[in-house]
Design a protein around this ligand. Sequence first.
Ligand SMILES: NC(=O)c1ccc[n+]([C@@H]2O[C@H](COP(=O)([O-])OP(=O)(O)OC[C@H]3O[C@@H](n4cnc5c(N)ncnc54)[C@H](OP(=O)(O)O)[C@@H]3O)[C@@H](O)[C@H]2O)c1
Length: 356
Amino acid sequence: MPKAVVMEEQPGRPGAVYFPLKIIDVPRTNPEDDQVVVKMLCAALNRRDMFARQRLYPGAAGNIPILADGVGVVVQCGSSVSEKQWLGKRVILTPARGWSDDLNGPEGAYAILGGTKYLPDGCCQEFMTIPITEVEECPFFLSDEEAAAVPVAALTAWRATIIKAAIKPGDQVLITGIGGGVAIFCLQLAVAYGARVYVTSGKEQKLSRAKQLGATGGVNYKDPEWTEQLLEMLPADRPFFDSVIDSAGGEIVRESLKLLRFGGIISSYGMTLGPKTTFPMQAVMKGIEFKGSMMGSRKEFTEVIQFIGKHRIQPVVDSVYSMDDINSVNNAFDVMRAGTQFGKLVIRIATASPNL
Ligand SMILES: NC(=O)c1ccc[n+]([C@@H]2O[C@H](COP(=O)([O-])OP(=O)(O)OC[C@H]3O[C@@H](n4cnc5c(N)ncnc54)[C@H](OP(=O)(O)O)[C@@H]3O)[C@@H](O)[C@H]2O)c1
């Protein structure tokens, strides 16, 4: 029987509990007319998967395959799906349902794959049966691990950077916490767009890695003078940033006040430091726009994969673990908990074999 990694729900307060993981058997289901069966090759972690284990994520539930990011090979097609077009194709799975193309937000009930009761399916399993509309052909130049790094992080980065911050070539953009999976995609997309990108991180070596990916400069956010240091790096004729793309929260609005031009944008896709921030009157006077950004639509998913293909963007994978061994999957979570990664933490599920 095919295997899946799931959480085992346990009593405990949100944040105080940490659901253990286990491997279970799940039956392989035949596809309906418009569905395909995907043999999963790799899956990847996001911060939400850690929040789910801590019961800090809405709808977190046990016995449902974990993880929202996945890549695999189509091994079976429903009767209305063209086998010629899809059988044997490597595909990247869409990570969510309920949002087609509305620029403002989901048209219906929005749900993300992996470990919740709202969409009881996830990518850390050997086979997934899903509608053909929920896959995109994988760009040929991506390894399985790189492809698994794409879905949530690239989609979130696309909306936060290109749609919400609406960056333009030549813009000066700050991306905070560059070690994060989403932040690195924000950097790669913004550099490919022709922006001048600066970053922050809590670790010096992550700043160096970001420069290798095209960042112009970077500072350590643990230094109390980090905003002043950043301003010193800007050219005299353009002494402010056009936008800040942030997932830390905390005092980001107060800090950005010093950094942004009048009418500058803070595009916020997360609040890792705690679920609220303050918006002082000085930000009102400076015309700062604070824009929340949540993942993205099905249409934007196609757009970002096409952009990755066109610009040959190589996703950054920190390290790879194995689904065969639950200790290995736990190790991936331990790295995320320690925050030492630069890029995505990927789980290898299977290797593509000629006999699918
Ligand atoms: N809105 C959405 O749809 C969406 C989608 C995905 C993720 N998110 C949210 O975005 C955040 C990041 O997610 P992820 O998956 O990219 O997580 P991740 O890979 O675990 O990265 C988290 C990053 O946060 C940074 N960080 C920690 N403390 C910081 C501080 N004081 N100032 C600035 N940065 C700090 C760290 O950067 P350094 O290591 O460089 O210090 C770390 O790499 C999470 O809050 C997550 O819930 C939201």
